[in-house]
Ligand binder design. Structure first.
Ligand code: NAD
Length: 445
């Protein structure tokens, strides 16, 4: 994506044409022209989903130089207000609150969107926004299922938009230094990578069908997902544990560690994946595993992800992490830094940053480290370059863990096609490559 004045004009024209298809005016006002990145490099953001993660990132975006958050979109009134307040607290002008993000996509003032909705909306919203000419920062996981991830790549490429997934570790300088050390052979050939995530999540009970929470547009909240009745133990956050909207702890947190493991190994697709586990701790509505071991195989490396949602004994002194076992030593990371040690546990190199990270803070474990990934997204828009966690990187890392969940759900090991990550010779498993949509909501590129 080489940036020239001509490609910039072409991109703007293309985007205008797309939005024009919907019968929406493509004329530019002097004010909207001044809001085009490249005209004065100022980037105007719309935030989509601002209850928790989106609330935290609204402030981070608002604090970036030459960046303005002009819309806060959320289908729930209180969450919308949280996003607006979060921007105001930074000293910036109050953004406009909006229920339906689709209503602002014809607005040429919006250059880019940030998406922190529940997972079932991630790829559909990415596709809708990229098709309307907006650059997209979408939270992990890239998609609810692999097919949507493929469509998100297609949309990003077709409309030539920057699409960054919220795998913020890709922008952490000292973690990157550790990955580079692996690539330079610091611990020799790697044959095992162990990743873990631990927490002490409480039961969510048995939900009661009840009237929808005041101020919530539940129909739009469900959007592409097949309709299910509203229950009182679903919103906010607990949707993570229901397959209709969420993707379980594996995608909720495992995506981060698997992304780093994959990066360290330079691996595109595993050759085989298997998963074991279940919802063991409580009898409630929670559907996804609270205890899960996913094993990935590549040509000469085995990768293990251990997820414990309800058992928080740390591993190697940390509540989450990644440990690479090499022929000449071992490297542990997960934070912005890394430690290399020998087989006796003697530390050979220890690189640390001063940043404090609270691994169990769901919204923003470390604001400064989120900001560098946000800055990389904005810089990528300005320079028309691929971001650190480009949509294709996001697709692969998300896919690995999705394959783990597919193996878990069909109850057997699955083999993987090395050309595209698809599942080999298993029709039932391949059925989970996509999903059913609510009629009229199927994503299209
Ligand atoms: N990168 C990270 O480290 C990180 C950290 C936390 C969360 N996340 C991700 O961020 C996402 C949000 O997580 P959360 O904890 O804030 O969830 P949450 O349930 O607290 O908030 C989601 C918000 O999205 C809103 N929403 C739903 N549909 C919408 C729509 N169509 N348009 C606008 N808003 C809509 C909801 O009303 C809610 O306010 C998740 O996918 C999660 O995986 C990433």
């Amino acid at each position: 994506m080489k940036r020239t004045r001509r490609t910039f004009v072409k991109n703007v024209t293309q985007a205008s044409a797309i939005v024009g298809l919907g019968g929406i005016s493509s004329s530019f006002t002097a004010k909207s022209y001044s809001r085009i990145p490249g005209a004065n490099d100022r980037i105007h953001m719309a935030m989509i989903g601002t209850n928790s993660r989106g609330e935290a990132l609204s402030a981070i975006f608002a604090k970036q130089p030459n960046t303005e958050v002009i819309f806060i979109c959320d289908v729930e009134e209180k969450a919308r207000q949280k996003g607006i307040n979060s921007v105001i607290k930074t000293g910036a002008t109050a953004p406009t609150g909006v229920n339906d993000f689709r209503s602002i996509l014809s607005n040429k003032d919006v250059d880019a969107v940030y998406i922190a909705t529940p997972d079932h909306w991630h790829a559909p919203a990415t596709i809708i926004c990229a098709s309307a000419g907006k650059h997209v920062y979408v939270e992990k996981p890239l998609s609810h299922n692999p097919r949507e991830g493929e469509l998100a790549i297609a949309a990003a490429r077709k409309y030539d938009r920057v699409v960054q997934m919220g795998a913020q570790r890709r922008s952490w300088s000292l973690l990157t230094e550790g990955i580079n050390a692996l690539h330079e052979g610091a611990i020799g050939k790697i044959h095992l990578v162990k990743c873990w995530y631990t927490n002490n999540r409480k039961p969510i009970g048995i939900g009661k069908e009840t009237t929808v929470m005041p101020g919530l547009d539940y129909d739009l909240w469900q959007g592409p997902a097949p309709r299910r009745p509203y229950k009182d133990n679903l919103i906010h956050y607990n949707w993570h544990w229901f397959w209709n909207w969420g993707t379980g702890e594996a995608l909720n947190n495992g995506t981060h560690e698997i992304d780093v493991a994959r990066w360290g190994l330079g691996a595109d697709f595993p050759t085989a994946v298997s998963s074991n586990g279940g919802r063991y701790y409580y009898q409630d509505d929670w559907e996804t595993p609270d205890t899960q071991l996913i094993t990935f195989q590549t040509k000469d490396t085995t990768i293990l992800w251990e997820g414990r949602s309800c058992s928080n004994l740390k591993v190697q002194g940390t509540d989450r992490g990644i440990l690479f076992y090499g022929e000449k030593g071992n490297l542990q990371t997960g934070h912005n830094g890394y430690t290399i040690f020998d087989d006796k546990g003697i530390i050979l190199k220890d690189v640390k940053s001063n940043a404090v990270i609270d691994g169990r803070n769901a919204a923003s474990p470390n604001e400064g480290l989120d900001a560098v990934h946000v800055a990389n997204f904005l810089e990528s828009i300005r320079l028309s370059k691929r971001p650190n966690a480009d949509v294709e990187i996001g697709f692969r890392s998300t896919l690995w863990v999705q394959l783990g969940n597919i193996s878990q759900r069909v109850g057997r090991q699955i083999g993987i096609d090395q050309s595209n990550g698809h599942i080999l010779n298993d029709k039932d498993a391949m059925k989970l490559w996509g999903r059913e949509y609510e009629k009229g909501w199927e994503p299209k590129v």
